[in-house]
Design a binder for this molecule. Sequence first.
Ligand SMILES: [Zn+2]
Length: 330
Amino acid sequence: MTTPTLLQMTAPLREAFDIPYHDLGPRDRPPRVALVAGLHGNELNGVFVLSRLAAFLRDLADGLRPGQTLEERVLVIPAVNVLGVNLHSRVWPFDKIDINRVFPGLEGGETTQRIAAALLKLTRSAYYRVDIHSSNPDIEELPHVRLYEPNDDERASACLFGLPAVIERPLNRIFSTTLAHAWRAHGGENFVLQAGKAGDLQPRHCEELFRALVAFLQRSGVIGGLELSDEEEDLHYFGLRQTYALLSEQAGFFVCRLEVGRWVQAGQLVGHIYDGFTGDIRADVITPVAGLVSSLRRQPLLFEGDMIMRIQTLDESGNDVEAMMHGQGQ
Ligand SMILES: [Zn+2]
């Protein structure tokens, strides 16, 4: 079978190249699910996980897993920014444009506009749509579902992934040019998944992401005959006023031993900021609120005002209601 392509592009001095995708399951129906990763070419967790998931779904479709079936049609686009993945680049390498800032795109426009238009055209007929990101190279994200002004169906379905957190965020003007925003005009249910950090691969997050996607496909009736492990899922839903961004009041070297996914207490010492020359401690980093650490700075060089971590609170003590862009990677 030939591999379908999203778009074929010609280049001045080499053969044409294209963006391949997987079209799996019964072709005579509209796609039930569209899974997208690699809009940003340096966010490798999603690219890797979707390529592995496509292999798994291909086996189901080919009957290689007795008793397990692919009941619905699924589109999998592992690497939209295919050149960026090859060059470790977030943006489209030729013109440095961020593909997730040009939606809904334009047929007959610049290359990135054509990619956006083709991707939207391909995916808009699916009922469930999932766009997978990592954060930027400085911040690590706990694998979670992110919802932007969701409806009640999306709130309910977001829990089917079984990830440790579902986090609601407000829409803002910058996000009006993202794929997730463009999907909203076409109904259905739309999700952004965040996992890990850009620049390299975090296998632990990849495993969690893979399990989450399989759980979602099983629970939404797309794949059949699969037993999910009955591992206890510890899922929390966080509304708009439940995100607290801890910002640094000091420049320096930030050192901490926390991991994303850990719970912290109010007043807990979570790290230190050192003077990078004298080695003296400039500040203790103390969390003013209790909650789940969903984002954590991994780049130690800190300027005043940089985000150190994002904490999801169980009450409404969040301060991050204005959709600050720190490390969104999206
Ligand atoms: Zn991204």
